[in-house]
Design a protein around this ligand. Structure first.
Ligand code: F6P
Length: 364
């Protein structure tokens, strides 16, 4: 019997369960493969006793439309930076990757499928270089991986953000207000851009294009006549003005390396007031609502395609690769290529041209 180990790493994302289910269903069509899952990314392997579960068809039945991940996830620590508490209460990061690979071999695991974003696939590549038979599946609501046309979860996040814009438009119009919606998007503004276009926002502020508050004010003023009018702004959490940095703080959570973002919408509200905006302004931070709940059909389909392809790579012994969608094909790229370049909004991105074409203001 051959064994494939599946795990989900990084921030959760709608569609993870659909990938897990597809891997199990595809594997069950082979006589000699079984699927096991590691709880909370690689932690399930690293912990003593190990936390791994058998994933058979019964275990994954009906999970394709459930949000989150039945295997749980984490975006802290990991095999290369396992936090170990010192006598003085501080933590140091310890590399446990060699020990983990030995444990994986001891558990009779022939292949590993790591479902995760950019950070997780960096771990996959480093483990592959150490000889682990590993395959990546791209996951992120941010859509910031350039080696694939799409990541599952992204369209669901856009849908959720668009519904929020739709709701804010009616309240903005009723109150003659500036309504600011802050959405996720650390380095890449894809969710903000798509939700702004779909929801008809007048202003969209992205991490890739630092904004000038004066230019934003000009647009706002044009939308008001004798105090009447309204404006909807979509701002990505990683956006910043031409003079400033992104809003974030170092997290106190052990093993959490990323800056904790959130709050740029409120700072932008203050910037508008300082620039002389006298209109009523309200800010909403959408936060983790964008990552939760039921994946839309598109993401379930893509997730299922990725799951089947990932298992088939394992079947073929084609390791060190990440599943990828290159329209119209579900294909794969090397992990090395997958982590080489982020997918960011560019000035000549087709949707940017469309947005500018309908007069959307980016404050640049
Ligand atoms: O990478 C996905 C993402 O949702 C980012 O857009 C966001 O900055 C980050 O994860 C937040 O992660 P968490 O709060 O779960 O640590």
């Amino acid at each position: 019997m051959k064994r494939v180990l599946v795990l989900t790493g990084g921030g959760d994302c709608p569609g993870l369960n659909a990938v897990i289910r597809a891997i199990v269903k595809r594997a069950s069509r082979e006589k000699d493969w079984e699927v096991v899952g590691s709880i909370e990314a690689f932690n399930g392997i690293l912990r003593e006793p190990t936390e791994i579960v058998i994933l058979d068809e019964k275990a994954v039945s009906g999970i394709h439309y459930q949000g989150g991940t039945i295997l749980q996830t984490t975006n802290k620590g990991g095999p290369f930076a396992w936090p170990v508490k010192q006598n003085d209460g501080t933590y140091i990061a310890v590399d446990r990757s060699d020990e983990m690979i030995r444990k994986i071999q001891y558990l009779g695991i022939d292949a590993v499928i790591n479902i995760g974003g950019d950070g997780s696939q960096r771990i996959s590549q480093a483990l592959f270089e150490k000889g682990l038979n590993i395959i990546g599946v791209p996951k992120t609501i941010d859509n910031d991986l350039s080696a694939t046309d799409a990541t599952f979860g992204f369209q669901t996040a856009i849908q959720i953000a668009t519904e929020a814009v739709d709701k804010l438009v009616t309240t903005a119009a009723s109150h003659n207000r500036v309504q600011v919606l802050e959405v996720m998007g650390r380095n890449a503004g894809w969710i903000a851009l798509n939700a702004a276009v779909a929801g008809g926002a007048e202003i969209c502020l992205l991490p890739e294009f630092p904004y000038d508050v004066e230019k934003v004010m000009e647009r706002i003023d044009k939308r008001f006549d004798k105090g009447r009018g309204f404006v909807n702004v979509v701002i990505a959490e990683g956006a910043h003005n031409i003079h400033g940095d992104i809003i974030g703080s170092k997290s106190k959570e052990v093993g959490y390396e990323n800056m904790k973002l959130g709050g740029v919408g409120f700072r932008f509200e203050e910037e508008l007031k300082q620039a002389g905006c006298e209109h009523s302004i309200r800010t909403t931070v959408l936060g983790h609502l964008q990552r939760g709940g039921i994946p839309i059909a598109y993401d379930r389909v893509l997730a299922t395609q990725y799951g089947v392809k990932a298992f088939e790579l394992a079947l073929a012994g084609d390791y060190g690769r990440m599943v990828s969608y290159r329209h119209p094909h579900i294909t794969s790229v090397t992990l090395k290529e997958a982590i080489m370049k982020p997918n960011l909004v560019e000035p000549d991105t087709a949707l940017m041209k469309t947005a500018r074409g309908i007069g959307m203001c980016f404050g640049d």
